[in-house]
Ligand binder design. Structure first.
Ligand SMILES: NC(=O)c1ccc[n+]([C@@H]2O[C@H](COP(=O)([O-])OP(=O)(O)OC[C@H]3O[C@@H](n4cnc5c(N)ncnc54)[C@H](OP(=O)(O)O)[C@@H]3O)[C@@H](O)[C@H]2O)c1
Length: 254
């Protein structure tokens, strides 16, 4: 029997592949047979991810600042020239912060929206072009967060960007359903990665324990999220679009 979760024969772009969840997603996709295109800024860390993947020679690495929206079109053209048409896009690149409202300057808003939202929209715009996407359709994943659903003091800026992605998922799912291009969001709770390890709540034991206690199943590991990405990229989820898959160890169950 064919494995419905197999990614064999699929070309998949993973942004944020130099660290944390994006890195693990690239590794998991390679283990499921995909050819993966790894994107982030840090070349050394991207190559580290490559060395962790199955069949490292069959994947591609692009060092790119996703906040530079103009640079992407040439890169996607180059990618498709090398891999052929694309089947999946995982927008895992993102930045986080904890800031009170008085410190959320317009510059900060621009930086966060560029990195977390505009880049994912620009990548999606390019992915969905007829010349770039497989004739069989494709699957796009946006990385939201439980902070796109519920709040936490100081999380306004991050939440703004993550909520925007959940909203975009639904309308894009409807816009592209006839082309068999599916759009879904994943919303993790706190996952152990450099992002969460550098967060203010990880600076002292008391704050960290408070965060851990908010997750009935404890904190997540990158593979808990990458397995969900494999599902959403595979044909096993062919009837799933416009959804927001919450993977949070029970954080939002209360
Ligand atoms: N960890 C959590 O607890 C958690 C919870 C909910 C949601 N999320 C979301 O999950 C996603 C992955 O998070 P993570 O924890 O894996 O974070 P991470 O370890 O900090 O990794 C973030 C990735 O984004 C890339 N990135 C950031 N700015 C970029 C830019 N301007 N251009 C290109 N790449 C850029 C980084 O690469 P370079 O620095 O090499 O460019 C890195 O690969 C994010 O969208 C995050 O918001 C995380």
């Amino acid at each position: 029997m064919e494995n419905p979760f197999s990614l064999a024969g699929k070309n998949i772009i993973v942004t944020g592949a130099s660290s944390g969840i994006g890195r693990q997603t690239a590794v998991s996709c390679s283990q499921m047979g995909a050819r993966v295109v790894l994107i982030a800024r840090n070349t050394e860390q991207l190559n580290m991810t490559l060395s962790m993947m199955q069949s490292p020679e069959s994947h591609l690495v692009y060092s790119l600042d996703l906040a530079d929206l103009d640079g992407m079109e040439t890169v996607i053209k180059d990618i498709v020239g090398k891999t052929g048409k694309l089947h999946g896009l995982v927008n895992a690149a993102g930045i986080s912060t904890t800031l009170p409202l008085k410190l959320i300057s317009n510059e900060k808003l621009e930086e966060f929206f560029k990195t977390n939202v505009y880049s994912a929209i620009q990548m999606s715009r390019l992915f969905t072009k007829q010349v770039n996407v497989s004739t069989e359709g494709g699957s796009v994943i946006f990385f939201s967060s439980v902070m796109g659903i519920v709040g936490e003091s100081g999380k306004t800026l991050y939440s703004l960007t993550k909520g925007a992605l959940v909203s975009a998922t639904k309308s894009l799912a409807l816009e592209f359903a006839s082309k068999k291009i599916r759009f879904n969001a994943v919303s993790p709770g706190v996952v152990v990665t450099p992002m969460s390890q550098n967060a203010v709540y990880s600076k002292d034991e008391e704050s960290l324990n408070r965060i851990i206690a908010l997750h009935p199943l404890g904190l997540g590991m990158p593979v808990d999220i990458s397995n969900a990405c494999v599902y959403l990229l595979s044909d096993a989820s062919r009837w799933v679009t416009g959804s927001n898959l919450v993977i949070d160890g029970g954080y939002t169950a209360r």
